[in-house]
Design a protein around this ligand. Sequence first.
Ligand SMILES: NC(=O)c1ccc[n+]([C@@H]2O[C@H](COP(=O)([O-])OP(=O)(O)OC[C@H]3O[C@@H](n4cnc5c(N)ncnc54)[C@H](O)[C@@H]3O)[C@@H](O)[C@H]2O)c1
Ligand SMILES: [Zn+2]
Length: 334
Amino acid sequence: MTAVYYEGGGTFTVGSSEPVPPGPGEVRLDVAYCGVCGTDLHIAHGAMDQRVPTPMVIGHEMSGTVAEVGDGVEGFRPGDAVVVRPLDTREPTPADRGFSHIGRKLKFIGIDSPGALQASWTVPAFTLHRLPPGLDLRLAALAEPLAVACHDVRRGEVAAGETAVVIGGGPIGTLIALVARARGARVLIVEPDETRRGLAADLGIAAYEPDELDVLAETDGVGAEVVFEVSGSAPGILAATKHAAIRGRVVVVAIFPEPKPVALFDLFWKELDVRGARVYEPEDFDAAIELLGATSLGLERIITAVEPLQRVPDIFAELSSGRPAMKILVDCRA
Ligand SMILES: NC(=O)c1ccc[n+]([C@@H]2O[C@H](COP(=O)([O-])OP(=O)(O)OC[C@H]3O[C@@H](n4cnc5c(N)ncnc54)[C@H](O)[C@@H]3O)[C@@H](O)[C@H]2O)c1
Ligand SMILES: [Zn+2]
């Protein structure tokens, strides 16, 4: 069966993998589709070579069906359509304080251990979420990034009637915007890229260039009850506190590898709450799967292209040289 291996140093090879029989508590999946995300691209740039064992299959935004179940697995049968919540939480520590999704010894499946860019994938059964019958498996491959968005919106406590500003209209920001809107918020996206602003507009979400949004003018002088920083940029985190209303919430979703200046005066003056949001908990996957069935969301427009597994090395090369894309799905079916 076809598999794509990350070899380190920014190189991928297309090879084959033997299906791994599921051990106790495990399931073997036939992978249908696997999305490519910013983290995968980061790996492809060699930036995570210290962490990713090689050679290894990466990929964590997948959909598929159960092929085989190991001993002791209950509730799943061959043929069931599923997605994987790619968090290995099998080493909880007291320091986690019960938050196993961000635990000290958390391992991310598809980064720290083999992932889904292959036709056959064996994973612990506790990572599975069942899909409703008839759900398009291409859409279902968006469950993981959509679960990120559901977690972010939950951390932001977005309520109906509130204004939410999303800074950064990439895949994650756009999904946050769609989820926040589904929760009844009025959503404004800030995004410098014209094509991405165009997609937001197609989805019915107002999109602005970074210096264009006058949030006070848009909200009768109130500001945004919640702001999501999803750009990872220095101007983005400065704008986030500026756009927030009195006693508003600022949710930091983007990864800032280096410290950036934050306008602490805004936190003090408006009594702002700043919260981090990292990956997801099981209930966020459940919420994402529920939203996947809602045709009104327009999620299919996030998918830029569906390409064969053999093209993965080229896809990473193209994305690295600026191919415009929101979400590329890889067809992993044998
Ligand atoms: N919290 C989590 O668990 C989690 C999960 C997935 C991704 N992330 C992070 O979320 C961020 C977004 O992910 P993505 O895949 O959408 O990335 P992306 O790079 O595709 O999107 C970021 C967007 O921000 C825009 N941007 C740049 N400068 C800006 C500015 N000044 N104002 C507004 N927008 C600006 C870019 O044009 C781009 O479209 C990344 O930092 C990623 O690492 C976090
Ligand atoms: Zn991802």
